[in-house]
Design a protein around this ligand. Sequence first.
Ligand code: PMP
Length: 284
Amino acid sequence: MSRTVYVNGEFLPEEDAKISIFDRGFLFADGVYEVSTILDGKLVDNAAHLARLQRSLGELAIPLPCTMEELEAIQHELIKRNNIDAGSVYIQVTRGAEDRNFLWSEGLKPSLVLFTQTRGAKMDSVAEVGLNVVSQPDIRWQRRDIKTVALLPASMAKKKAIADGANDAWLVEDGFITEGTSNNAHIITRDGKLITRALSNKILHGITRKAVLALADEAGLTVEERSFTPDEVKAAAEAFVTSATMFVAPVVSFDGTAIGDGKPGPFTKRLRELYIDFAKKSLS
Ligand code: PMP
């Protein structure tokens, strides 16, 4: 069945939605995006996602072509029209369209696209089984704090991880893990410390990461925000990823070495429960 999507002021069947071939999102990946998760037909921690969208746009000096209230209303209208109970709403804002030119003109009209996706059962089974992760060099640009649509390096890394028999890759730069291809990376040491890379331009400032760090104390963990190495991952008691779509998902092996006993660990399970409780309370 065809979805209803939103493009530049209109709600349309997906097959009728059109964007110019001169859109700078298409020609230069000149645009940013956000993904908010839908639970029980409502949005998880949505204000934080919209605030990050505003920050990404600000860093690239792209104006938002509507108010934040209007954007939120479009999200909810799409959930309603597509009757989504569990899934996500994707928002993309690009600088707009003009004849191809590296140097863009001031005052372009940004393009705004939103669509919904339904959540598959796969997401929950990942939490049961855990992920096998491999390391790969981080070949992305140096402004990973901006959530741009330039996701080819992440797509290539994920594709190679699957070809190598794993589920995902953790990216390595200067001997330290930066993050996963589409998630933040964390380990738990044998003495009960949650180690996660500090915020900088090297990683996306994950909305789920932030919420989970605030719950660590309740799970009996102390937080250390610092870079960690692939060897520390192999020696860890537990490892996990966070993202809006995966919540908290265990990592059970890294470069072929089992982490802990090779099964999802108790701290990760507890953090996932606590996060899902938080997510339900944050619904709007
Ligand atoms: N890092 C990267 C590179 C990502 O693409 C994502 C997911 N968009 C994340 C981290 C996790 O961020 P969030 O928890 O806000 O989904």
